[in-house]
Design a protein around this ligand. Structure first.
Ligand code: SAH
Length: 212
């Protein structure tokens, strides 16, 4: 899917959201608990229906969650513990009102929708602006090692080219997206049982932009 052409609001209105597992992401849970990342101000970029934002709030993070789609945000706001998060409708790349004191930024499948190196670089720069010194960003994206059908896919080099000027890469791990139901896989054009390949990338904000 190409971000420039995807009408996210319409997809959520049509109840087409096969990426939505209805559970917090396993990579997020693992990273926050194993690194560990202590509760701080957190930003979920492209939060969809809010599972990850709400999970972070339940762990004690003070969460702001943004998405382009008002319908997705309204679905989020109806969930248990949603009142613990601040949900805001916003285009991340154009947002001027976002704060700059986040300790942790998470995106599950938002960075990877940008099929354009310039936009990915803008995205990475924007994340670094939102973060405090040494703040962390965990990004989960689809991988080109997976089948062509399904979620957007990135090469490892497409990730590193965008992020390295602004972030030290703590790890870039080959993994799989969390399990989707048969119906969700079908909607993505994937056979039952497929676990689309993915990248989990944990990054730390540099104190100064690296000249490349
Ligand atoms: N993180 C959610 C949703 C992933 S789908 C989940 O794991 O279920 C990608 C999400 O990014 C969609 O909800 C879409 O509306 C949102 N999105 C895409 N471009 C965006 C942008 N420029 N600013 C904010 N959100 C965006």
């Amino acid at each position: 899917m190409n971000e420039n052409k995807t009408d996210w609001e319409q997809l959520y209105r049509d109840d087409f959201k096969p990426w939505d597992t209805g559970r917090p992401d396993s990579h997020l849970i693992q990273t926050v608990t194993e690194i560990p990342i202590s509760p701080c101000r957190a930003l979920d970029v492209g939060c969809g229906t809010g599972e990850n934002a709400i999970w972070l709030a339940q762990q004690g993070f003070k969460v702001t969650a943004i998405d382009l789609s008002e319908t997705a945000l309204n679905l989020s706001r109806k969930k248990t513990d949603a009142e613990r998060c601040e949900f805001m409708q916003m285009d991340f790349l154009k947002a001027s009102v976002l704060e700059t004191n986040f300790g942790f930024v998470f995106d599950m499948g938002c960075f990877h929708v940008f099929h354009n190196a310039k936009l990915r670089s803008q995205f990475a720069q924007k994340v670094s602006i939102c973060l405090v010194e040494k703040g962390l960003w965990l990004s989960i994206s689809g991988s080109c090692d997976g089948p062509e059908m399904g979620p957007p896919r990135l090469l490892a080099q497409e990730i590193t080219i965008a992020v390295e000027p602004y972030f030290e890469i703590m790890y870039l791990k080959a993994t799989e997206l969390d399990e989707l139901s048969k119906a969700e896989l079908e909607a993505l054009g994937l056979p039952p049982g497929t676990l689309p390949r993915a990248w989990a990338c944990l990054m730390r904000k540099r104190s100064e932009k690296l000249s490349t």
